[in-house]
Design a binder for this molecule. Sequence first.
Ligand code: HEC
Length: 107
Amino acid sequence: MRSLWAFCSLLMILFITSIHADVVPGEEMYNKKCKSCHGKSGEGNPMMEKALKIDPTLLVLKDLKKSDDELKTIIRDGKNKMPSFKGKISDDEISNIVQYVRSFSQK
Ligand code: HEC
């Protein structure tokens, strides 16, 4: 009986830590859809800056002055060479990505 308890609590601990070890919501999607242009931590990808012939600062996603809603609109509808993700990423996921993008500014 005792070992059964030990086993169950071990399972619980594994379960709880696996939830906490989960990636931040938005991170996975960002890495899939945005990293190629904006870089791993929003520093911008220099290769893309050259390829798109744009000002390097345009791809930097740090210390953004815009509001969450403005950022969400840009991600949803696109802007100049920034592609639109309308219909490709749900609004909930866009909110998660915006939060993830905000975390770049604290580094
Ligand atoms: C093909 C390259 C490319 C991809 C992929 C891309 N972006 Fe962009 N993004 C750009 C460019 C170029 C701009 C600058 C647009 C402008 O202002 O001219 C931009 C601008 C932005 C801005 C506005 C920044 C500011 O200072 O106003 C945000 C926010 C942003 N992107 C988020 C994202 C997110 C989130 C994703 C993934 C879902 C993503 N981008 C994917 C190229 C890309």
